[in-house]
Design a protein around this ligand. Structure first.
Ligand code: FEO
Length: 398
């Protein structure tokens, strides 16, 4: 049975959702599933905007055949060549061999890497080129490294829809809905949108900023990404989030305390600090790095202005899970944050010193000059010292 949604008069969503996949890219947990969006324009010519992951190919082909209703397929626009959107190109061409593929020079290099000896007709486009399909004119805008080198986005001049590839996408299956205004996005989707962006595209802030500049010159009425809901009302909401995330600007003046703890003593130190901060009215959340997926930790580093890292000393260095989290922060270009350090070590607490060394290699990280250290447990005799650490952190937020 088909499962499609109407986007405008002759444009339909014909994608699908996967709730069986436990990890996106085999890394990121997706307890709410994920959607793979594909759109079709039924104009004088018929145009498929991207395809889908192999996992939902059966549903997708049913949707495609239903919406085409016996018509042929004239064009397939390939905005992004990652297999979650392109795995079924070969199958579609077997059914619709006359369809011409539209992509840029880099797209076709990748097609030949993924699909050996596949025969197809191609239209190679570059920045600003247009293709008319009858009443619609599609303009192609290059978006390199958002988040692959061949990525482009397609602007439909007649409807103002920007088919935006992965940009403005989010994790989460679509439960029959297709528009962001059909859900409580802030409450139910924003965390997953942030987690999707920061972990998958987060490294490429400069390239996203370049795309946002190009987008600002377009009269965007709707954003149609490859994952998650379509933005038909208030696209500025998600544009503003992307602007903040890609500029590495915090969304909230808030503290994230990420701790690692072997026996609960470093955890106690983190909790004691959290109590003192909360008592002073500071917004704070506490995370156990051993029990929290690193994709959630990364998303939180993009949300908050201040990060506290609290680690035991382990093998004369940083506790391994904490070290791995710091490595991910580096890889994803986390920057413009104030970081405060706490450590524990029964005979030689050195984790803060080593974490500082790692953080110094990162861009625009301000290390709080005060740190806090314990040997085994937090002693009541250290109360004033801990308060002074909290005060220094709080002052840095003013
Ligand atoms: Fe959703 Fe970069 O693929």
């Amino acid at each position: 049975m088909y499962c499609t949604r109407k986007i405008t008069d002759n444009i339909y969503w014909i994608g699908g959702s996967d709730r069986r996949l436990s990890r996106f890219e085999n890394i990121f947990p997706i307890p709410r599933g994920v959607s793979y969006n594909s759109y079709i324009i039924l104009d004088e010519k018929t145009v498929l905007m991207d395809t889908v992951d192999y996992s939902i190919s059966r549903q997708f082909i049913e949707n495609l055949e239903y919406t085409l209703n016996g018509r042929g397929l004239d064009y397939i626009v390939i905005n992004h060549m990652e297999p979650d959107h392109c795995a079924v190109i070969g199958d579609i061409l077997m059914r619709y061999p006359d369809a011409k593929l539209i992509g840029n020079a880099k797209t076709f290099g990748m097609i030949d890497q993924f699909f050996e000896d596949m025969k197809y007709e191609k239209i190679v486009v570059k920045e600003g080129d247009t293709v008319s399909t009858g009443t619609h004119t599609l303009r192609f805008v290059m978006a390199p490294m958002v988040h692959w080198p061949e990525t482009m986005v397609t602007y439909d001049e007649s409807t103002g829809i920007l088919f935006s590839a992965d940009a403005f996408g989010t994790f989460g299956a679509l439960d029959g809905i297709i528009f962001a205004d059909e859900v409580n996005f802030d409450r139910d989707w924003l965390d997953d949108a942030r987690r999707y962006y920061t972990n998958i595209v987060g490294k490429y802030g400069a390239q996203v900023q370049a795309l946002l500049k190009k987008a600002a010159a377009l009269d965007i009425k709707m954003l149609a990404p490859l994952h998650g809901p379509v933005w038909r009302k208030d696209p500025d909401y998600i544009l503003d989030k992307y602007n903040k995330w890609s500029a590495y600007e915090p969304e909230d003046k808030a503290v994230m305390i990420a701790y690692a703890s072997m026996y609960g003593n470093t955890e106690n130190m983190a909790n004691a600090l959290a109590c003192m901060l909360a008592e002073d009215g500071v917004s704070v959340r506490v995370y156990d790095v051993s029990g929290t997926d690193v994709s959630e930790l990364i998303a939180e580093t993009f949300r908050v202005s201040h990060i506290v890292l609290a680690s035991p000393t382990y093998n004369g260095g940083i506790y391994p899970v904490m070290e791995s989290f710091i490595n991910d922060m580096k890889a994803l270009n986390v920057q413009n944050r104030t970081v405060a350090l706490m450590d524990n070590g029964t005979w030689a607490p050195v984790a803060s010193k080593q974490m500082a060394k790692e953080l110094e290699a990162m861009k625009n990280i301000t290390l709080l000059d005060k740190s806090f250290s314990i040997k085994s447990v937090v002693l009541r005799s250290q109360t004033e010292e801990l308060k002074a650490f909290k005060d220094a952190l709080k002052s840095s937020m003013e």
